[in-house]
Design a binder for this molecule. Structure first.
Ligand code: N2P
Length: 370
């Protein structure tokens, strides 16, 4: 086997697990000494690389966004595999990251957004994905693969994508077209923004034509001023739970994600969605396995289950978000397609803020306290 052999290339690219490489190399007649030097050619083993057991574990703990799964997804997986699932939810990437950083060790599967994948990778908190355990991988649309936050998809499996903008009660208010609507006292007490640092500060940065990933202190100071000015008119900062308030008519304008808005619209047809003219956020959320996951094999079994087009279709239909699964779209009742997405050219992805994270954290704390 020479250094340009496809197997060795796949190993070094991280798309072939070391265990599988060893199995195939041995089968091809490569001896022990040669094998060791081939393995060394790609650098040291990733920690966690070898720890996926052959046997399916009996338990699985999932930590996912609230309202972000099909009605029957977990039960269906339990029925088919006999694995018992514990299912827990969070409201923001920051909650997820804080929980993991605080040392929570029980989670087997998490669903971070693009920029949060970068953060978790930088913290060395993700285990590599073993693609050989994902027989349904091929259903994923190429456009959702190999993103800059995880080249080669070594750590992530695309789950859903979506957009943040403005949900509103079209029977109570005219369609809002700017972030400035939150500065309008006409709707005081009837408006909410997401309880999400990146979305709120990011939105106010967009309002002034700046990058939602700005690290410039003066720009962030303006965003804080704008956010505090809006806060006077807000009922609260609220993420997925705002849906019941939109439906009840207690909230008329909500900074919200498109899928959660679609879920609310299923209960009340006057609930609509708009992207502000200054722009909104777009994201891709992915399944990932923490390094500390006690049940990595079951996590892979669940990911492969989700990759089944019929399962992916029910998740996307129920949540109102876009599926990266090309073969799921044809099965869906209400497919959300990138091409049909309103204002695609005004949407921006979030990125890891690096060292500016501390400044954002401080400003967010000041906004919440202000
Ligand atoms: C679902 C939350 C949307 C995910 N309630 C935002 N990345």
């Amino acid at each position: 086997m020479t250094s340009d052999h496809p197997l060795l290339e796949a190993l070094c690219a991280g798309t072939l697990p070391r265990r599988e490489f060893v199995r195939r190399a041995l089968a091809a007649g490569v001896g022990g000494g040669a094998l060791a030097s081939l393995l060394a050619a790609c650098g040291p083993a990733e920690r966690g690389d070898e720890t996926i057991p052959a046997e399916l574990e009996r338990n699985l703990t999932i930590y996912n966004w609230a309202d972000y799964i099909g009605e029957d997804t977990v039960a269906g997986f339990e029925r088919e595999t006999g694995v018992r699932v514990v299912y827990d939810t969070y409201e923001s990437n920051e909650d997820l990251i804080a929980k993991l950083q605080a040392g929570a060790r029980g989670y087997d599967l998490i669903v971070p957004s693009d920029y949060a994948v970068r953060v978790l990778r930088a913290l060395d908190m993700l285990a590599p994905i073993d693609r050989t355990l994902l027989g349904h991988w091929g259903h994923l649309a190429p456009g959702f693969l190999d993103r800059p936050f995880d080249p080669g998809n070594r750590f992530t499996v695309p789950y859903l994508w979506g957009v943040a903008g403005l949900a509103y009660r079209s029977d109570r208010v005219p369609a809002p077209d700017s972030w400035a609507v939150f500065h309008d006292p006409t709707w005081r007490g009837k408006m909410t923004q997401l309880d999400d640092m990146r979305e709120v500060i990011g939105g106010w940065l967009l309002y002034r034509g700046r990058s939602p990933n700005s690290r410039v202190p003066a720009e962030l100071a303006d965003a804080k001023t704008d956010a505090l000015r809006a806060k006077r008119n807000l009922k609260s900062y609220l993420s997925s739970p705002v849906k019941t308030q939109l439906i009840a008519g207690d909230v008329w304008i909500a900074h919200l994600w498109n899928g959660d808005t679609a879920q609310a619209r299923m209960e009340h047809p006057a609930i609509a969605f708009a992207v502000p003219r200054e722009g909104g956020m777009i994201y891709l959320d992915s399944m990932a396995v923490p390094r500390t996951a006690p049940h990595k094999r079951a996590a892979h079994a669940f990911m492969d289950y989700v990759l089944r087009p019929d399962v992916a279709a029910t998740i996307a239909d129920r949540t109102g978000y876009g599926s990266p699964n090309a073969d799921a779209l044809a099965l869906q009742q209400r497919p959300v397609r990138m091409d049909d997405t309103e204002a695609l050219d005004r949407l921006q992805y979030q990125d890891d803020l690096g060292e500016a994270t501390a400044l954002w954290d401080r400003i967010w704390t000041e906004i919440k306290a202000g």
